[in-house]
Ligand binder design. Structure first.
Ligand SMILES: C[S@@+](CC[C@H](N)C(=O)[O-])C[C@H]1O[C@@H](n2cnc3c(N)ncnc32)[C@H](O)[C@@H]1O
Length: 325
């Protein structure tokens, strides 16, 4: 189905107006694919080539914290140049290129979105490690790889899009080689989340709507899904609260402030950018629907900051699992 940006935004909004979770999750893959076609360029311009958060120390740059978070994952996986690795929900493979560079492992990216596949191919080919990288379009809920294909796997802030966690864990289990290991950074509501508190519910709904997530899971639900899956759990920990030296909040870049990275979230900058986008749309210098895409991203930013400040949401629930020999 070839929709223009305006139609894509309207289909997207319809999915999130659906209150019935079963119906919503039936449409989730299409909504997520549309979402990433709309926002990949925004993310790349505003965030960089890696589409995730990271713990950050005082004095550490945003870019360094992102790279360190990726390197930490490579360390947890114990990656070597003998490993064939699947990056589940790979974005434009910013993390994969860093991880392949530091470990020498061969990494195959999987994303549901063709626009991201095209961008991965451009960026991988332009890098000096293109021989270590590959990408495939596909749905992680029904992977086309043969059983026992990979030594290791990772998923960075991607499994929140899975309509059913146990299902995606089973998919990974079957494609991991016996003895293989996987490591995820998962988005989750923490045990501080109170489903009867209207402020908490509002923050959760804003994160879901702004990031194309049909239903965010709690850390407890993630633990239960892991228990029900055939994977063996080695470690789970919320990195957002794990480190006391972790003194720059992970959501700080999305907050309004006067630093270079925060200035775009002040009321005045947001209004200005919105007006510019609308004017360019009217003059047909930008495709119709761009300013509404920006609105979705602003809901995402505000929801994430709210969830982070309340301590009810984490983007870095670390899970390390193994397929036993
Ligand atoms: C927030 S981005 C993270 C990307 C990447 N891991 C990174 O950190 O830069 C989530 C990714 O999950 C992918 N994704 C979402 N649902 C998917 C699905 N059902 N199958 C495959 N990929 C999916 C999206 O296309 C996107 O690339």
């Amino acid at each position: 189905m070839n929709l223009n940006i305006k139609e894509k935004i309207s289909t997207y909004n319809n999915v999130f107006e659906e209150r019935d979770q079963v119906k919503r999750s039936e449409q989730a893959q299409l909504a997520t694919d549309n979402f990433y076609t709309l926002i990949t360029k925004f993310y790349e311009k505003g965030w960089g080539k890696s589409f995730h958060f990271a713990p950050r120390y005082e004095g550490e740059s945003f870019e360094d914290s992102i790279k360190r978070h990726e390197s930490f994952l490579a360390l947890k996986l114990g990656l070597t140049s003998n490993d064939k690795v699947l990056d589940v929900g790979c974005g434009i493979m910013g993390p994969a290129r860093n991880i392949a560079r530091i470990s020498g492992a061969k990494i195959i990216g999987l994303t549901i979105n063709q626009h991201q596949v095209d961008r991965c191919e451009e960026l991988n080919n332009a890098s000096s490690i293109s021989h270590l990288l590959d990408v495939q379009q596909g749905d992680f809920m029904k992977m086309s790889f043969p059983e026992n294909s990979f030594d290791k796997m990772f998923a960075i802030e991607a499994l929140c899009h899975a309509p059913n966690l146990k299902g995606v864990y089973e998919q990974m289990y079957s494609r991991l080689k016996p003895g293989g290991r996987a490591c995820f950074y998962q988005w989750a509501m923490t045990d501080k989340y109170d489903p009867s508190n209207s402020e908490h519910i509002k923050a959760k709904e804003m994160i879901e709507y702004g990031n194309s997530i049909c239903q965010l899971k709690t850390t407890e639900e993630i633990d239960n899904a892991l228990q029900e899956s055939p994977l063996t759990v080695l470690e789970t920990i919320d990195l957002a609260v794990a480190d006391s030296k972790n003194d720059v909040p992970w959501y700080s870049t999305l907050q309004s402030g006067w630093s270079l990275s925060q200035i775009r979230h002040t009321k005045i900058s947001r209004t200005l950018i919105g007006n510019i986008l609308r004017t360019f749309e009217t003059l047909r210098m930008l495709p119709k629907g761009i300013s509404n895409t920006q609105k979705v991203l602003l809901v995402a930013a505000d929801g994430l900051v709210k969830g982070g400040k309340l301590g009810i949401f984490t983007p870095m629930y670390l899970v390390v699992v193994e397929k036993q020999l």
